[in-house]
Design a protein. Structure first.
Length: 247
């Protein structure tokens, strides 16, 4: 099988694997406490992924004199303006906190879609070198993709999406990994040259979602569960351990 097809199969398999994991874990509607625990877990995942994986990798890959963190700042500004627009769109509601979280659901789909796109490029680039490296990279991506997608699913459900719609949107976001693989084989050198900017932008998106949306939401519901900080720390620790494993 040529590297092109290997990369397509691998990226699609990672998306399906994450979808299957969500279906198995959420056969029934999560309770409000579980929703809150998932939001806490998601915040830990997003922030740790930004600071321990995306930002260091962006710095390591960056070539040139321009400050790559400009991409992170621009991404945060764009998300701020986009969320402002989404709030205005939902301004008729009597429950601003609900719609505040609803807007973060759409934002996390955008951020995760770009993250998956980058994963697809990484998988495709690895298969272009050798099948063994491609398989190893696919396994590494799957290892962090499953908890990432579980966290995103929790955000979408807590944002008011039905489980079915959340699954569909999450799976669609996951398929951007396939798009990343296609783009790599269409324009590999050019994509790799600017990959650090994509990574920094994704980090900015995730930091904004975690810091501006999820953590304030957890503070508002502090009385619902006194152990909300435990999933947050568990999510951050999980990413830290994974980073140590492939660092």
């Amino acid at each position: 099988m040529p590297p092109f097809l290997q990369a397509l199969v691998a990226t699609f398999a990672v998306s399906v694997l994450a979808l299957a994991g969500i279906v198995l874990l959420f056969a029934r509607r999560p309770s409000e406490r579980l929703d809150l625990a998932l939001l806490s877990f998601a915040a830990g995942i997003l922030l740790a992924t930004s600071f321990l994986e995306l930002i260091p990798e962006a710095v390591a890959r960056h070539r040139g004199e321009a400050n790559v963190f400009i991409a992170a700042l621009v991404a945060m500004i764009v998300f701020f303006l986009l969320e402002w627009y989404l709030h205005g769109f939902h301004s008729h509601s009597d429950e601003p906190h609900t719609h505040h979280l609803a807007s973060s659901g759409w934002l996390v789909l955008i951020g995760d879609g770009l993250h998956n796109f980058i994963d697809g490029i990484a998988i495709a680039a690895s298969f272009a070198v050798s099948p063994e490296l491609g398989l190893a990279t696919t396994l590494a991506v799957a290892a962090h993709e499953i908890p990432q997608e579980l966290a995103d699913f929790g955000i979408l459900v807590a944002s008011g999406f039905t489980r079915e719609r959340a699954l569909l949107l999450n799976f669609t976001s996951g398929l951007t990994a396939v798009v990343g693989a296609l783009v790599f084989f269409a324009a590999g050198p050019m994509v790799l040259e600017h990959l650090s900017w994509f990574m920094a932008a994704t980090a900015g998106m995730f930091i904004y979602i975690g810091g501006a949306d999820l953590i304030p939401q957890l503070h508002r519901h502090r009385g619902l569960s006194p152990w909300t900080q435990v999933p947050f720390l568990a999510g951050a620790l999980l990413i830290a351990l994974m980073t140590m494993g492939h660092g």
